[in-house]
Design a protein around this ligand. Structure first.
Ligand code: XIL
Length: 316
């Protein structure tokens, strides 16, 4: 039976998901589901700075290598996540060595995987919830130009890779997405190699986005010539879970995906594939069941919603 990857491909786009190395190694049903449904993978954790380089100069490539190799064996592309972020950082990076550490890290990681990673989240979550620049070690150490600097460094290491800025709570038109838009405009005006923008889309069924505002938001970023990516989609529902909620969740998966495809989104990735392994219950207490497959790999209405959207929509 056709998987989501085949349906997406028939629309000229890709569907994919975040994957966990441990599950790929230990769980055959997981491997089968990921191979069947996704044609773009991103590592949920193992390509972040801390996990990749816990001690100065000591890179643990193995877990990320195994994801890249799995992808290549299954005809899937890979997104790299992420070079510059304020969490999951190794303790050895400080404000005093930040510039040297980041320069070495970007060069080491991006050049190691040159030609094998289609798209990098160069900078993740640089805008705070109040829409001001986030106060991070990177900004304190390198000043506001650290974003431009990081994009240029990544481009120097792999000139063919797509370079993205990625953030959350920026799907609709709102103060935070306005700030992201201004950021994109100023980076592009300065000639910075910014190619794509990633909308994480960690959504909540109880507070669904206004799809009209999502549409207009996507349109304005596309008008800048940027490629549009949905990078971390999940839609959490509150406990106790009911079938009615699962159906409503499926409807939102479908409606959102239709808008995204109509407005030219080229890649849709969910943050995980199965509720068996999802960050949601641990992070948003009292919620869960956010992904297309249930914990036993059964197809939920969320899955059907995605499949329907990929079947009917013609690309914008
Ligand atoms: C999350 C992972 O899913 C968790 O396993 C980890 O404990 C914390 O990070 N935005 C991002 C992702 O860009 O990297 C985060 O991933 C989820 C929010």
């Amino acid at each position: 039976m056709a998987g989501l990857r085949d349906l997406a491909e028939s629309q000229g786009v890709r569907f994919g998901c975040a994957v966990k190395t441990d599950a790929l190694v230990q769980d055959a049903a997981y491997r089968e589901a990921v191979a069947r449904e996704a044609n773009v993978l991103v590592a949920e954790n193992v390509s972040k700075f801390g996990p990749l380089c816990p001690e100065r100069g000591d890179y643990h490539w193995g877990p990320f290598d195994s994801i890249v190799e799995f992808a290549e064996a299954n005809g899937q592309t890979v997104r790299g996540h992420t070079l510059v972020w304020h969490t999951q950082m190794p303790a050895w990076v400080t404000e005093a060595n930040a510039e040297e550490a980041l320069d070495a890290h970007v060069r080491a990681v991006v050049s190691r995987y040159r030609g094998r990673i289609e798209s990098w989240d160069v900078v993740n979550e640089a805008i705070a919830d109040d829409a001001t620049p986030r106060d991070t070690l990177w900004r304190r150490a390198l000043g506001p130009d650290y974003l431009a600097w990081a994009f240029r460094a990544a481009h120097a290491a792999d000139s063919a890779a797509q370079l993205a800025y990625n953030d959350y709570s920026v799907e609709e038109i709102c103060p935070k997405s306005d700030a992201m838009f201004q950021l994109a405009v100023s980076l592009l005006e300065a000639g910075v190699p910014l190619h794509a923008v990633g909308f994480q889309a960690h959504l909540e069924l109880a507070a669904p986005p206004d799809l009209g505002l999502v549409r207009r938001n996507l349109q304005r970023f596309r008008a800048l010539g940027l490629e549009l990516l949905i990078t971390e989609l999940d839609i959490r529902i509150p406990e106790p879970f009911t079938e009615e909620m699962r159906v409503a969740q499926g409807n939102l998966y479908r409606a959102l995906t239709e808008v995204c495809l109509e407005e030219g989104v080229s890649r849709m990735l969910t943050w995980g594939l199965t509720d068996r392994y999802s960050w949601v219950p641990g992070f948003f207490t009292g919620t869960g069941e956010a992904l297309p497959l249930d914990a036993a790999y059964g197809k939920k209405p969320a899955y059907t919603g995605l499949a329907q959207a990929f079947s009917v929509v013609s690309r914008g």
